[in-house]
Design a binder for this molecule. Structure first.
Ligand code: ADP
Ligand code: MG
Length: 701
């Protein structure tokens, strides 16, 4: 592309005055020629077909008809005036209706002349009608070189209301092509075009805006999707490389005393092969001179905590401190207690810091941290405070990464002279290719294996009417010594109502499960951390058999004796949330159950979610369904990633193209890291342009 030319402000395009320019900027983010050129159609209307009025179906689809207007009249109605025309072809008649613009239509429409009509039909009272049809005289239609596949561009209500209709956009696009055709330069290298048999850039742009047929359109779209994904991957991989070569890390060459003693003497179980592999990957990173930036993905219960601990031991073996940050107080406390127990025999100094740590304790912790008297610090966001300074933080681990933003991740970096190694852990299973584009700047390790002996959690869907039977089942389980979670939704928008549900639920459970036979804990976000911890502890110590909670227990909580998870109003939870909640049980040797309670009224989407939960417990399979049901932008953990901002590619549907793009981007960078060879010149130029005008962070909204 001729970069200068394509940065011309859109105001300078013929047909775009200041008003239109303003609208285009505000509504579609189109500031320059290039922006307009990259406004890709959402879909195409097939205008190769003509219908007869007698062939029309009652399905409200877009059709194209040739015929004549025979009458036109005003109709007064309570709701306002409308203009109604009778439109006939040789097979029948229908009505055309206008609610606005009567004067213009009256003056311009010609009676008894052949028109090409295009629009959506309605069926009412035995007659077809078409509101606000697109019309063109047949004689004009035959003269114009219109594409048979008519592009439909993204639009907004405001644009349409202010006269920038799809037709106007089409015209502007034609105008743009007229002036810019000769400036469109190739943006991919010759070898790439050849090996992948891609259409040229010019060809592709032409065919995506003015397709002559399905085949050319498909080829154009393929090329543009490839290009889009290719440059994203190129930027991500490049960033990752630069990162590795530029950002020095502290090399941890030793695997010493702590790690080895723990590994040989205190490991409470045999590591799974996946855990071993991942620990090896982390050890390799830590041993190199570059800073580690790694994502550890592993389904709930796959055993990420022990991996975190062993990584921290390597840091300590090399004379550094480590920290572990978790999104909730409950989880931090649990990690703290768990690690204390695991490290019981090792002489380590482990502390916890959360929002509810007393000021006097805080002061002590701050001091010990700076003195290097603390080996491992575990806590919540409190770790990010400026006052928290380490003597030599070597490794920072973030648990349940999706709860933290990118900014928070980077804040940890500045806790030391060199950034510490960073390991982020997540149980949100994301299909690998998606993870690549979302976390493309991180290396990825995956624990794809659960510890042995886990029994499949039996999952059932029950309606409110079955409640008594569910209660009986809970009593049986409790009698066997098991513990039960009952979870209520808590959605911010309806917080007050949700608390009422929770408290009502608590009351009715208390009535059904009476003291002294049954003891109940309750935990929710409005409680003081101290009270939460108290209630949590009663449950952990098996003093209570039932835990009533909101989703505060969603992440990470690990109580192996709890074997039943009841989820109330399960239809209100998203799939990944349901999966996370279910992951709270099935952690011990007993058969575990998940009971999804709902009312009878369920949307189709909710039914699909419940069915998926009943059918499978494979986190990756669930993630795929989630993705299909919700689209990538809503997938937990990807909100901030903005993968949705793609112009033409679809991260899910174009999965295969993404893989291809990534592999080529990686190959090219491997053989020519600075893109300095002549064949890669077009890539280099485009890359520079992109980072100038559309940095990768633009994708991250
Ligand atoms: P998550 O990946 O969800 O954080 P955890 O680290 O909390 O999982 O581990 C879940 C449970 O599995 C814990 O009770 C832990 O002790 C146990 N566990 C982890 N790894 C193994 C293993 N290799 N063999 C047996 N039990 C394991
Ligand atoms: Mg965990």
């Amino acid at each position: 592309m001729n970069p200068v030319f394509f940065q011309t402000p859109i105001d300078y395009l013929k047909g775009v005055g200041p008003n239109r320019a303003d609208l285009l900027k505000k509504e579609l983010g189109i500031h320059t020629f290039q922006d307009l050129l990259n406004l890709f159609p959402n879909r195409y209307l097939d205008r190769t077909q003509f219908y007869k009025i007698s062939q029309l179906q009652k399905t409200n689809t877009e059709v194209q008809i040739i015929g004549k207007i025979t009458h036109i009249k005003n109709v007064e109605q309570k709701k306002g005036k409308r203009l109604v025309a009778t439109f006939k072809d040789d097979s029948g008649k229908m009505e055309l209706i206008w609610f606005r613009g009567h004067k213009w239509i009256r003056e311009n429409l010609k009676l008894n002349e052949a028109y090409v009509l295009f629009g959506k039909t309605n069926w009412y009272n035995g007659l077809f009608s078409m509101p606000h049809p697109e019309m063109e005289l047949l004689s004009e239609y035959e003269k114009s070189l219109r594409p048979s596949m008519q592009p439909v561009y993204p639009s907004t209500e405001k644009l349409a209301a202010r006269g920038i209709t799809n037709r106007v956009l089409n015209t502007l696009m034609q105008q743009l092509f007229l002036v810019s055709k000769n400036n469109i330069a190739e943006t991919l290298s010759k070898p790439l075009l050849k090996t992948l048999k891609l259409t040229s850039k010019k060809e592709a742009l032409l065919n995506v805006h003015f397709p002559q047929n399905q085949d050319l359109l498909a080829r154009a779209q393929y090329r543009l999707k490839f290009e889009e994904l290719f440059y994203i991957q190129l930027q991500l991989i490049r960033k990752n490389h630069l990162h590795k070569s530029k950002i020095k890390g502290y090399p941890f060459p030793k695997v010493g005393e702590f790690f080895n003693t723990f590994f040989k003497k205190h490991l409470p179980f045999e590591l799974t092969n996946a855990q071993k592999r991942v620990i090896k990957e982390i050890r390799n990173d830590l041993g190199s001179k570059a800073q580690m930036n790694r994502l550890l993905q592993g389904d709930v219960g796959s055993g990420k905590t022990i991996v975190a601990l062993m990584s921290m031991l390597i840091a300590i073996d090399n004379g550094f401190q480590a920290c572990l940050m978790a999104p909730t107080e409950i989880l931090s406390v649990q990690h703290y207690n768990g690690l204390l127990e695991l490290c019981n025999e090792l002489k380590l100094s482990i502390y916890t810091l959360t929002g509810s740590t007393k000021t006097s304790d805080r002061r002590i912790i701050h001091e010990k941290l700076e003195n290097g008297e603390i080996d491992i610090l575990i806590g919540t966001h409190a770790l990010l405070e400026d006052k928290v300074k380490f003597k030599n933080l070597g490794l920072a681990i973030i648990d349940e990464q999706h709860r933290f933003g990118v900014a928070q991740r980077s804040k940890l970096w500045h806790k030391n002279k060199f950034p510490p190694h960073v390991l982020v852990m997540t149980a949100t299973p994301i299909p690998r290719t998606l993870a690549m584009s979302v976390y493309g700047d991180l290396d990825i390790s995956i624990i794809d294996e659960l510890p042995p002996g886990r029994k499949e959690i039996k999952t059932v869907h029950r309606f409110d009417a079955n409640r008594l039977r569910v209660f009986r089942f809970l009593k049986d389980e409790i009698l066997k010594g098991r513990q039960v979670y009952i979870v209520y939704p808590l959605i911010q928008e309806s917080e007050a109502l949700d608390y009422k549900d929770l408290m009502d639920g608590y009351e009715s459970i208390s009535r059904e499960f009476q003291k002294p036979n049954y003891q109940i804990s309750i935990v929710h976000g409005k409680m003081k951390p101290k009270d939460k911890e108290f209630e949590m502890n009663r449950f952990i110590k098996s003093e209570t058999q039932i835990m009533i909670a909101t989703t505060v227990i969603e992440v990470g909580v690990n109580i192996p004796n709890a074997s039943v998870m009841v989820i109330e109003s399960a239809e209100r939870f998203g799939l990944s949330q349901l999966h996370q909640l279910r992951g709270r049980v099935g952690r011990g040797a007993d058969q575990s159950y998940c009971i999804l309670m709902t009312s009878y009224k369920l949307s189709e989407n909710a039914q699909a979610r419940l069915k998926t939960m009943v059918k499978t417990s494979d986190g990756f399979e669930i993630a795929e369904v989630d993705l299909r049901l919700r689209g990538p932008g809503n997938l937990m953990g990807t909100q901030q990633s903005g993968v949705l901002n793609l112009r033409i590619a679809d991260i899910i549907k174009d999965h295969e193209i993404l893989k291809l793009a990534r592999s080529y981007a990686s190959q090219i960078l491997k053989s020519d890291p600075s893109l300095s060879s002549t064949v890669n010149l077009p890539i280099k130029n485009t890359y520079i342009q992109l980072s100038k005008y559309r940095n990768i962070w633009n994708y991250i909204s």
